[in-house]
Design a protein around this ligand. Structure first.
Ligand SMILES: *Cc1c(COP(=O)(O)O)cnc(C)c1O
Length: 424
């Protein structure tokens, strides 16, 4: 039965059989028992489905991954212990030493650092591209050894809305997958697979958890990318894996090939698995995602309009504002709303930003975004402090930029807090 998003948020994932718990159980067990040694052997060979060790798979984690898979409309999914791990695994699964990827320059600071600094040490090269550049310009960054294109549907914190169809066309013309970090939009507002993305990642730490309780990540594969048609580029998926007795992932697992490889190889060897307890909490967050996300957007729209109306505010970025640079792209790709995060600058610049933030009472200064409580951060002094002013500009982060994550409190209370911090 095809379900709507609202129903999937509540009923997706865990499907109890007769007499089993109605609520997703926490399988707080590292290991699973079998009666014959031979059966256990078949599990290790991936010849048979079954749980044997939680680093590789756990029923609680799998149920939650399956809910997110259904929300995104994908073919297979896996959870990771953080959004960072999700993005690393998503790329590393198809990209090794000597390879190259193309990435939108405005992605989250942690992601650009992962690609530009850490993966560089592993021999993977990255080219950052201006997401608003013309198609031909971006395509020039593609090399024979390029293995994927990466971008965020809405960039954190630059709030750049990615032209998903443009990036998908470039990727597919060059026989490589397009990976989209859909953390800020969530599948409630945007489903990148419908616009040509092949793989979606999430930091579930943000809206999916929604309550700032658990750090987590997720990778979802659409199952649409034809690895075999570009077999020379992706030998890890299309030739025998000697660490699994010569299994060829595309032959044996079809649409689940990419996720099976990421689990059986990358997770097996690197081990960033979430705790089942955390996945249980994430699942509770997901049950209200469809209620919370529209409320975040509604509140953020009111707050953005208020900020824009003030004399002491220099600029406001929010794709929901009609005069925003990304309004048209937002209307196309996420017509029901974008996210609850707004960025803005005060006429007083960097200095005024600090003073304003210190006076806020309801909005807390925290290194977090996208949860139920309104919170605020100054990226130049906090999350992005490792970047120079030049790098900040490239990442679309003005040194005066205040990142305000609008929560689901009463919008008038949030606006009053901002008013008193600016005026009193
Ligand atoms: C927070 C975030 C990440 C990193 O996720 P963690 O769960 O903090 O590891 C990646 N991408 C985006 C867009 C994010 O907002």
């Amino acid at each position: 039965m095809k379900r709507s998003m609202e129903t999937t948020c509540i009923q997706g994932g865990w499907q109890p059989k007769n007499g089993e718990p109605r609520i997703l159980p926490i399988y707080q067990s590292t290991t699973f028992k079998y009666s014959t040694s031979e059966q256990m052997g078949r599990l290790f060979d991936l010849e048979e489905n079954g749980y044997f060790y939680t680093r590789l798979a756990n029923p609680t984690n799998d149920a939650v991954a399956d809910k997110i898979r259904e929300l995104e409309g994908g073919a297979a999914a896996m959870l990771t212990s953080s959004g960072q791990a999700a993005n690393f695994y998503a790329v590393f699964n198809i990209c090794g030493a000597g390879d190259h990827l193309v990435c939108s320059a405005t992605v989250y600071g942690g992601t650009s650092n992962l690609f530009v600094v850490t993966m560089k040490k592993m021999g993977v090269d990255v080219t950052l591209v201006d997401p608003d550049a013309p198609e031909e310009e971006i395509e020039k960054a593609i090399r024979p050894n390029t293995k994927c294109i990466f971008g965020e549907s809405i960039a954190n914190p630059a709030l750049v809305v990615l032209d998903l169809e443009k990036f998908a066309r470039i990727a597919h013309r060059n026989g490589i997958p397009f990976i989209v970090d859909n953390t800020f939009a969530t599948p409630i507002n945007c489903r990148p697979f419908e616009w040509g993305a092949d793989i979606v990642t999430h930091s579930t730490t943000k809206y999916m958890d929604g309550h700032a309780m658990t750090v987590g990540g997720c990778i979802v594969d659409s199952g649409n990318f034809d690895w075999e048609a570009h077999a020379d580029k992706f030998p890890g998926l299309t030739t025998p894996d000697e660490s699994y007795h010569g299994i060829i992932y595309t032959k044996k697992f079809g649409k689940a090939a990419y996720i099976t490889k990421a689990t059986a190889q990358v997770m097996r060897d690197l081990g960033s698995i979430p705790s089942p307890q955390n996945s249980f909490l994430l699942n509770i967050g997901l049950e209200t995602l469809h209620l919370r996300v529209p409320r975040h957007c509604e509140n953020a729209q009111k707050v953005a309009e208020y900020l824009q109306s003030r004399e002491d505010v220099a600029w406001v970025n929010y794709p929901g504002l009609e005069n925003d640079k990304y309004h048209a792209l937002a209307q196309k790709y996420m017509p029901n709303g974008t996210c609850g995060v707004i960025s803005f600058g005060l006429k007083g610049g960097r200095q005024a930003a600090g003073e304003f933030m210190d006076k806020l009472k309801l909005a807390a200064i925290v290194t977090h975004v996208a949860d139920a409580r309104t919170c605020v951060l100054h990226p130049a002094s906090h999350t992005h402090r490792q970047l120079s002013d030049e790098q900040l500009k490239e990442a679309g982060v003005d040194p005066s930029l205040i990142r305000l994550s609008v929560g689901i409190e009463n919008a008038d209370d949030i606006i009053e807090d901002i008013r008193q911090a600016l005026e009193d």
